[in-house]
Design a protein around this ligand. Structure first.
Ligand code: ADP
Ligand code: MG
Length: 241
């Protein structure tokens, strides 16, 4: 519990700094982006110039992605949720479609969905999308050579309250999380990837906390990782099976 409180406080602090930085970077970046668009729009530019312009554009995109993550981290602290009844299965299908369109799912990835039921949760639909997106993307990134991604949705009785919960399980057959870093994965900026930001799971932790849910991780080195997310089900909505 102590650890949980510390983690939430640390994330909230990182969120506040991140939003300050994001606001400072946004305007100069927009100016750079506009300027480079103009540089690239002259049809008579030589090949070297257009190559350089493309590099600048690509790197600006990357910084924009980072700013978006900064703002998401801050969202866990600042924004109020816009609660609505959301079908988790539908959200997962949408995310898988988007990931395919962006080539994040390669032909070497086998995707399995095990939807035991189609429950609704009373959550912020943007938040839930971001949560599931970050975890599914991590699962795919843990399997660069391919593997099995299995996503399960089921209902279960909650641990203490006796109320219904919805469980989403995201399992990969990737490299696993080594025991010595398992406690650190939710830390903001903690990453083991060359091009990682280390913000994905920090954002997830904040948003799951806000949604009144919880996360469990089980991981075996070189065998894979399972992230289990639990959310309160939407009691006002009859659960469809
Ligand atoms: P990033 O993806 O930018 O590295 P995240 O916060 O999303 O940042 O993840 C933090 C770290 O947690 C990753 O760098 C990786 O070491 C570890 N991790 C997260 N998900 C998985 C997974 N499914 N399999 C193995 N390692 C993982
Ligand atoms: Mg990530």
């Amino acid at each position: 519990m102590e650890e949980h409180v510390q983690r939430v406080e640390r994330l909230a602090f990182a969120g506040r700094i991140a939003s300050e930085i994001a606001h400072e970077i946004k305007n100069p970046l927009a100016a750079m982006s506009g300027a480079v668009q103009m540089l690239g729009s002259g049809g008579d530019s030589d090949p070297l110039q257009s190559k350089l312009v493309n590099i600048v554009k690509r790197e600006i995109d990357r910084i924009n992605g980072l700013i978006k993550d900064f703002l998401w981290l801050a969202k866990g602290v600042h924004t109020t949720e816009n609660l609505e009844s959301v079908s988790l299965c539908a959200v997962i299908q949408e995310i898988l479609t988007l990931l395919r369109a962006r080539d994040k799912i390669s032909p070497a990835h086998r995707v399995h969905t095990l939807f035991e039921s189609n429950p609704s949760c009373l959550v912020d639909s943007h938040h839930i999308r971001q949560i599931l997106w970050n975890i599914i993307l991590n699962a795919l990134e843990a399997m660069p050579e391919g593997g099995d991604l299995t996503i399960g949705v089921s209902r279960c009785g909650a641990r203490d309250s006796g109320k219904d919960e919805v469980r989403v399980e995201i399992r990969d057959t990737g490299e696993g999380i080594p025991p010595d870093i398992r406690d650190r994965v939710f830390e903001p900026f903690f990453t083991t990837k060359q091009k990682g930001t280390g913000l994905g799971l920090g954002i997830v932790y904040q948003l799951v906390e806000k949604a009144g849910g919880r996360i469990e991780i089980s991981s075996h080195e070189n065998a894979g990782t399972t992230f289990s997310l639990f959310f309160p089900s939407d009691a006002s909505f009859p659960l469809a099976n």
